[in-house]
Design a protein around this ligand. Structure first.
Ligand SMILES: [Zn+2]
Length: 325
C-alpha cells in the first residue's frame, strides 16, 4: 500500500492506520458496512475478497510498524569501539609488602612470628620493659590511655615480655603490629603506624650475634654495602645502638635523601636489659639476648621516595595501584 510505505515516522503511520483500519470511521470499517446490503448470492464471494484485502492491509501495516520501531537494546549488535571494562584486582599495600619482605628474610634465619594485643596494661608497655616510673613516654601527652589501667601500646615490645613469659628460651621471634602514639598527623608522623621488632634470647648470646644478624638483614633487604652502629639509649636494652646503612642514592657522598650525611638510619637495637628478662621470669645470669625495632612505613618512604607519610593512609587507588604486582 503506497500510503503505508510512504509513512516514515510512527506518528505518520498511526494517521494512516486510523484512516484505513480505524474502528470508528476507517475505510475498511465503512466497506464492511456495505457488505450487509449486497444481494445474498454475491455476499459470500464479496466477503472472501474483502477479507483478502483486509489481511493484506493489516500485514502491510504490521510490517511497516516493525520497520519503524526503534531497535531493542537487548538485540543491538555489540559496539567494538566501546572501551573495555576495567578489571579490578586487589593489591598489597606498600607497607605490608615491606613487612612481608622483612618477615621472609628473618623466617629464613629461623625466626617465628609472635603477635600480641594492641591494648595493654601500663606494666607490659612500660614497667616490665624497665621504663623508670617518671619516664616522659608514659605522659598523657605521648600515650593514649583508655583508662588508668589500659592504654594503646606505644610499641610492639610488650610482646617480648609476653613471649618470654609463655615460652622457655631459646627464642627467636619477629613481632609485627600496629602501635599508637599521641602524635600529630603530619608529613612525617602518624598516630597509628606499623612497627616490627625482633627478639633473640638464648645462652651465650652476645652483641656479635646482633651485628651479624642485622648486617645480614641489611645486605638482603637494602642491598647495603656498608653499615654502622652508633651508641644510643633505650630503657629496655643495654648497651643500645642505632643502625645506619650507607645511603643507596649517593653511596655515602651526601644527598637530600640522607640529609647530606651519607647514612640512613634504619633501626634501633641492643642487648636485652637484664631487668626485662627478670621481670618476665627469665634467669638473666643464664640467658642473654638482643632485640631490634624498626618502622616499615618509614622504610617505605625511603625506598619509594614518598614525601609525605599521610599518603600511605589515604587509600587512594591512584597511588596504591602503582604498587600492584
Ligand atoms: Zn644520600
Amino acid at each position: 500500500m503506497p500510503a503505508i510505505a510512504a509513512a516514515t515516522t510512527a506518528d505518520a503511520l498511526e494517521a494512516v492506520r486510523a484512516k484505513y483500519l480505524g474502528r470508528a470511521h476507517g475505510w475498511l470499517r465503512d466497506l464492511s458496512a456495505h457488505l450487509g446490503r449486497l444481494d445474498k448470492a454475491d455476499r459470500a464471494s464479496a466477503g472472501r475478497a474483502f477479507n483478502e484485502v483486509r489481511l493484506r492491509v493489516e500485514s502491510a501495516f504490521a510490517a511497516r510498524q516493525a520497520a519503524l520501531a526503534p531497535a531493542r537494546v537487548a538485540g543491538a549488535p555489540p559496539d567494538p569501539t566501546m572501551p573495555a571494562r576495567h578489571t579490578w584486582a586487589g593489591a598489597v599495600h606498600p607497607v605490608s609488602q615491606i613487612l612481608d619482605e622483612m618477615i621472609e628474610i628473618f623466617r629464613e634465619l629461623g625466626f617465628t612470628i609472635a603477635l600480641g594485643p594492641e591494648t595493654e596494661s601500663p606494666w607490659y608497655n612500660f614497667g616490665a620493659l624497665n621504663f623508670p616510673a617518671d619516664h616522659p613516654a608514659m605522659d598523657l601527652h605521648d600515650t593514649l590511655y583508655i583508662n588508668d589501667d589500659v592504654l594503646l601500646r606505644t610499641h610492639t615490645s610488650p610482646v617480648q615480655v609476653r613471649t618470654l613469659q609463655a615460652y622457655p628460651p631459646p627464642i627467636r621471634v619477629l613481632i609485627p603490629g600496629n602501635v599508637h602514639r599521641r602524635d600529630p598527623f603530619d608529613a612525617s608522623h602518624a598516630p597509628t603506624f606499623a612497627q616490627v621488632e625482633g627478639l633473640v634470647v638464648d645462652e651465650g648470646i652476645t652483641f656479635a650475634d646482633l651485628k651479624a644478624t642485622l648486617n645480614h638483614f641489611a645486605r638482603r633487604f637494602f642491598g647495603a654495602i656498608r653499615t654502622r652502629f652508633r651508641p644510643s639509649y633505650f630503657p629496655f636494652t643495654e648497651p643500645s645502638a642505632e643502625m645506619d646503612v650507607v645511603c643507596g642514592v649517593c653511596h655515602g657522598s651526601g644527598c637530600s635523601v640522607c640529609k647530606q650525611s651519607g647514612w640512613i638510619e634504619i633501626l634501633g637495637s641492643g642487648l636485652v636489659h637484664p631487668a626485662v628478662l627478670e621481670s618476665a621470669g627469665v634467669d638473666s645470669v643464664k640467658y642473654t639476648g638482643w632485640a631490634f625495632g624498626m618502622g616499615p612505613a618509614r622504610t617505605a618512604l625511603a625506598r619509594y621516595g614518598i614525601p609525605d607519610i599521610r599518603i600511605l593512609y589515604d587509600s587512594d587507588v591512584r597511588f596504591l595501584g602503582q604498587f600492584a604486582r
